[in-house]
Design a protein around this ligand. Structure first.
Ligand code: MG
Length: 381
């Protein structure tokens, strides 16, 4: 915490936001004991919220601030997808067992006897799968529309993960399809849950294209940011159709991160992610409930803040680049209205534009993309 405050020392708004968030975070923090110990003594609902807090501190805080009639559904949705992703990510799990499980995992949402042991590369993930009957019982308390949405999305995602477990992300189409499976579907599912909770109305659910874009924008941002980490974990998500224009091997960029070619590829990837912003802004236009709006908007403005840091930044190619915690806190606290969101997007675009000086590779394409986004902001505001 001290180092975090120090990094924001000259930014009093960030310090204020950090302290506010710290208090909020404490109010929503999971119990201190291990999830395994908690599983022995908590009821189903308390276990689900404890598991949520253990597997994702940041999501847990925002989910718990959602309206009462929505947050249980989003909590269960998150845990079901976390369990599915744990199966996908476990590289020790033999493919002949993994593939059928990914494809049938949605049926386990009704099965109070289903649990798995020894799957998952983190303790909390393993405990979640060992105690899956608790998630199932909590799922059964949700209304039928929410249940249907969760099962439907889990089925599509599992099928998509199985498809990509055996194939590379080669073309930009593959890239968009993979991101649709693992993130676009989350956007579509959340829209379904918002409508099932009656907080939002049908037009939102019908907007599958823009719901999908909400997920794609976040997922692509993470994939660009995690280049280095994924490279050394032997996972590749950058599409060859892009990086193949700049190098023979994806790890060439890590060997020479400062070079123009490496930065050109990085900037190309960022520009590809930027194309989803107009659809994201269009989606946010249709969200009416204030808490649902914040829940939807905060990750989006975090993503644009992240892309600003990543653009033309060789550090991305050799390590970890993160948004200052103080800035993240400020965005989380102040992204309350449509106008504030447009303001933060505009700020982000200006920062990227500033980096598009003479000699910045891929700058012309980036500037064109920024112009398209500005037109959309004008149209909406
Ligand atoms: Mg995964």
């Amino acid at each position: 915490m001290l180092l975090t405050l120090y990094k924001s020392a000259l930014r009093p708004i960030e310090i204020k936001a950090l302290l506010k968030l710290k208090i909020k975070g404490k109010a929503y923090a999971p119990p201190k004991e291990s999830l395994n110990e908690l599983a022995q003594k908590l009821d189903d609902k308390a276990f689900c919220y404890a598991a949520l807090g253990k597997v994702s501190r940041s999501f847990s805080v925002v989910i718990q601030q959602l309206p009462e009639n929505l947050k249980d559904a989003v909590c269960v949705f998150y845990l079901v997808l976390r369990a599915l992703d744990t199966i996908e990510d476990d590289m020790q799990f033999p493919l002949e067992d993994k593939l059928p499980l990914l494809e049938t995992f949605h049926t386990k949402t009704y099965d109070e006897k289903f649990s798995l042991s020894g799957i998952g590369d983190q303790d909390d993930y393993r405990v979640l799968l060992e105690n899956y009957p608790k998630v199932v019982r909590m799922f059964k308390t949700l209304n039928k529309d929410s249940q249907k949405t969760i099962v439907d999305i889990t089925a599509q995602m599992g099928k998509g993960m199985a498809e990509f477990a055996e194939k590379e992300i080669d073309t930009l189409n593959d890239f968009d399809l993979y991101c649709h499976y693992v993130a676009g579907l989350v956007g579509i599912g959340l829209s379904g849950l918002f409508v099932a909770s009656r907080l939002e109305t049908l037009p939102l659910k019908d907007r599958n294209g823009t719901s999908n874009a909400m997920g794609l924008f976040l997922q692509k941002t993470n994939i660009i940011r995690d280049y280095h980490e994924d490279l050394y974990a032997d996972r590749t998500f950058w599409p060859k159709e892009v990086w193949g224009q700049y190098a023979d091997n994806l790890d060439d960029f890590a060997k020479d991160p400062e070079s123009e070619v490496s930065r050109a590829c990085l900037n190309h990837m960022v520009t590809d992610a930027l194309q989803h912003i107009p659809d994201c802004l269009e989606y946010l236009k249709y969200v009416k409930d204030e808490q649902v709006f914040r829940f939807s908007a905060i990750p989006q403005i975090m993503a644009i803040a992240t892309l600003c840091k990543l653009y033309n930044n060789p550090k991305v190619l050799k390590g970890v680049v993160k948004v200052r915690k103080g800035l993240a806190a400020k965005l989380m606290i102040y992204a309350v209205s449509r106008d504030a969101v447009y303001k933060y997007f505009e700020k982000g675009l200006r920062k990227i534009e500033k980096k598009c000086k003479n000699g910045t590779p891929h700058a012309e394409q980036t500037k064109k993309q920024i112009a398209v986004i500005r037109l959309k902001i004008q149209e909406l505001s």
